[in-house]
Design a protein around this ligand. Structure first.
Ligand code: NAP
Length: 356
């Protein structure tokens, strides 16, 4: 028997799709991803990119609140075996705060489960969309048949690949200035942004609101970013550009205290004092497992083939969240498109006479 809807991915898009699909009696099955060393290394563990951040201050509906009250809320909302995943974060914090990324993700997961979503902690390693019902093959276990599929596997931020960079993740190294820039750790401190595209310009401009100074470290002698965004950065007195430079080491003990950059033009190096390093060197969508069966953009994101719809190039396969979005990339936009994908799947199943 084929599943009505299988959702692949467990970030805000995947869980929102599951909540809507479950409430529409589609009995969704979610593959939330596998806990493997490879996924750990590349940042593609279950619960997505938000699970890798600290406080989420820009998700509507989550103002600052006493941390103990949030911990009590989590204890009441989650079963003990999930609450335990959050305890170490909650215990390390005192005072008021917004919800942590991992808290929000556990809440979304639980909300989906409460409406009857079934969850399998595994990756889908292969798909066959050439025949309907579709076939999805997990890493372990038998292939699954599905009438409709929602791909919500997200994207992963690119990192330089330094061991020191990995060690300081969430301790001063971030790939999202909009998510983390306003944290107390970075206030009135010098910060480093790496990259030369629009994201780097946007992040550098944004960080000047909090930082005492922002270094933009770029590997070439000109930016890739649009002229207007470059101009905004270059005219900002708080910004200093380090042209023809790459970061070769992140420095610090418990948290980041600076970076060592080296020239791409000669053999010189320089140490910059900084409380944080923000990577803006692009993202990689998690689309390899699709084996080329869905049409992708030139950056390998899944193409939406109809305006304002989550339809892909294969009828009955929908996509939501960052796997189809190299532009907004926010938790709230991912959640919104997850909702859209479930509504699109429901309407398509009804249209085809598959929904009972
Ligand atoms: P991007 O345009 O691909 O730029 C990535 C930047 O990172 C490039 O400058 C690249 O250098 C550099 N880079 C890549 N790998 C690197 C490495 N290993 N070490 C050091 N530097 C490295 O990515 P993006 O800035 O995230 O933008 C993605 C898309 O979103 C673009 O289409 C952009 O226009 C759009 N966007 C728009 C806005 C806006 O309009 N408000 C804001 C953000 C993003 P090179 O230049 O040398 O290749």
């Amino acid at each position: 028997m084929a599943e009505k809807v299988v959702i692949v991915g467990s970030g805000p898009a995947g869980w929102t799709a599951a909540i809507y699909a479950a409430r529409a009696n589609l009995e969704p099955l979610v593959f939330e991803g596998a806990v493997t060393p490879e996924n750990q290394q590349q940042g593609t563990l279950p619960l997505g990119q938000l699970n890798l951040t600290t406080e989420v201050e820009n998700f509507p509906g989550w103002p600052h609140v006493d941390g103990d009250v949030l911990a009590a809320f989590a204890k009441s909302a989650l079963p003990a075996d999930r609450y335990v995943n959050l305890q170490h974060l909650q215990e390390a914090h005192t005072g008021k705060r917004a919800a942590f990324g991992p808290e929000q993700m556990e809440f979304m997961r639980q909300q989906a489960a409460n409406f009857g979503t079934r969850i399998i902690t595994d990756d889908i390693k292969e798909v066959d969309f050439t025949e309907h019902p579709f076939t999805l093959t997990p890493l372990t276990g038998e292939p699954i048949k599905a009438l409709a599929v929602i791909i919500a596997t997200g994207a992963r931020a690119n990192y330089i690949g330094l061991e020191s960079e990995h060690r300081f993740k969430n301790k001063g190294v971030s790939a999202c200035a909009v998510c983390d820039g306003a944290l107390p750790l970075f206030r009135n401190q010098p910060l480093v942004v790496v990259g030369g595209g629009d994201s780097a310009m946007e992040e550098a401009s944004y960080l000047t609101k909090f930082a005492s100074k922002v270094y933009v470290v770029h590997r070439r002698d000109e930016f890739r970013a649009s002229k207007i965004m470059q101009q905004r950065v270059l005219e900002n007195p708080k910004v200093e550009v380090k042209w023809n430079s790459v970061v070769e080491e992140v420095l610090g003990d418990d948290v980041v205290s600076g970076v060592r950059i080296k020239s791409t033009a000669d053999a010189s190096t320089e140490e910059l004092s900084a409380a944080g390093m923000f990577l803006a060197i692009g993202h990689t969508p998690n689309t390899d497992f699709l084996g080329g069966q869905l049409e992708l953009t030139d950056k390998r994101y899944i193409k939406w083939t109809q305006p304002f719809r989550t339809w892909t190039s294969v009828e009955g396969v929908f996509s939501a969240g960052d796997v189809s979005d190299d532009y907004y990339r926010q938790a709230v936009t991912a959640a919104a498109s997850g909702c859209m994908s479930a509504l699109d799947a429901e309407r398509w199943l009804t249209l085809k006479g598959f929904a009972e």
